[in-house]
Design a protein around this ligand. Sequence first.
Ligand SMILES: [Zn+2]
Length: 302
Amino acid sequence: MKKPILTLLTLLGFSLVVLGQERPLNIIAIGAHPDDCDSKFGGTAALFAKMGHNVKFLSLTSGDAGHQSQGGGALANRRRAEAKEAGKRLGIAEYETLDNHDAELLPTLEVRHQVIRKIREWDADIVLGLRSNDYHPDHRNAGKLVQDAAYMVIVPNVCPDTPPLKKNPIFLYMQDRFKRPYPFVPDIVVAIDDVIEKKIDALDAHQSQMYEWGPWTNNRSQDQVPKGKKERREWLSKRVKRNPGQMSEDRKASLIKWYGAEKAAAIKYTEAFEIAEYGFQPSKEEVLQFFPMLKPAKSIKP
Ligand SMILES: [Zn+2]
């Protein structure tokens, strides 16, 4: 099922002005594992979806290594179902999980072509990926694969079975905490206070990760996770919401740039994005078109 929102909006005669064209934006976020995009982009994705834009999450691996006692096809299917549920909770159009093995992702030509085709099939205006600086080799390689697809998406002789994009999309990196060789730059910061509960709901759908594998890798603390559904979500919520309003100086400066000092001071939860040099380079005005939630609300005249 492709872009049901677009179909629905078209049926309703509803459209948005996007870069001079009357249509919703197409956004694809590409992670290594089912849950990468949710944790780094879930809030902003929910905002885009609420505004009628087409958001797709793509996991390049099946996540079949992400558990202490489960694995293989059974785990891959469990995580595919969790991802689908997370996508539903965020309200996004699609969450696809590819069948490449977890913990074995390499920046091969074969996977690069998979990425190029997926970006083209989504007719993407915005592509989000990971940086190639990260603790996990899959994250590093997923980042490299998306970088390698930038520009190639417009080259007709590459994957000629899938029509090339007319224009190189804007490529963005999703946030991380790694400092070498250079730290993440928060070029764009989005307030997600309005959708923080939706983001937590989406993370809560990844039961195998949030309540089993994640705590296990954290000093084998899975026994400290509450058993009840409600209690677990509450436990997760506390972790996601820790340190509200606290952020690095550069992120704060960027938040003020986009929202103004007064509004920025009241914002508790954010997601940040760095503009990659390999895609379309937007001006400040164009960033506002790509991220309509940053546009200041029009003053209502009496
Ligand atoms: Zn991951």
